[in-house]
Write a protein that binds this ligand. Sequence first.
Ligand code: ZN
Length: 303
Amino acid sequence: MAIPTHQRTLDHEVSCSGIGLHSGKEVHLALKPAPINHGIKFIRKDLPDNPTIPARFNCVVDTSLATVIGLDGAIVSTIEHLMACLAGLSVDNVVVELDSYEVPVMDGSAGPFTRMILEAGIREQNAERHFFVLKKPIELKQDGKFVGIYPDTTFKITCNIEFEHHLIRKQSCSIEVVDHIFEREISSARTFGFLHEVEYMKRYGLARGGSLDNAVVIDKSGILNEEGLRYQDEFVRHKLLDCIGDFSLLGMPILGHIVTNKSGHAFNHAFLEKFFNKKTCWQTLTMPFPPDPAHKTVKSLAI
Ligand SMILES: [Zn+2]
């Protein structure tokens, strides 16, 4: 299946309930179809006047433990897995309603959101999608961390991670981000943490909702989750999932190849700022791109 050329939304409303990873609070989430050029916007139904917060990089207010967006004092936390899911399935226009400040963590992956959206169905809309198309590479390097984006006729991500732990060490994962590949290879990869970090966070009132039901937890000897891993390299796949979510905050799909080494939410966000300042390195286009020869390559993408 090739990259969709037209904007997409949900066929009908779907909803779920769960707890927030950091708040531990029960939250109800509804995903609703939205009109063309709407983008992804969060609405806080629990606050007076139901404030709306666009899922855009310039609304990001914190990236230390999760990606948090905010506007005029209203925030929504831990949006990254839901955002990864919408971007991974090429859903452009959705209203996300919440009755608390944190997106439910579900099982720590984007699997439950993916199943929900596929169950609702995805509807093509009568308007072309606009893409960021890379003309020249953009790179950011700092303290052993690296993010680069390179011209390409598809949307690709390559993630590299490195941890001291014997279960992880060096892992690398590279995929082309289209619906069925996202669903099969990435969506079910869970968030992970080291036991000492989890204990530390809980001591300070963070990760209140965190448990073996929504995270892979590792100690010195191994994995505490009885069921083990969902993929042998679940860790790097989850980093790739986070990366899709972070880059979706550009507000439009990308045609380019993103490469990250040892990156996380904060560094990905720093890269997005650089991306927007390098306006000579990209352009925004609809597909196909005549007379650009890339048109042919994109059209032959059906896999
Ligand atoms: Zn994550």
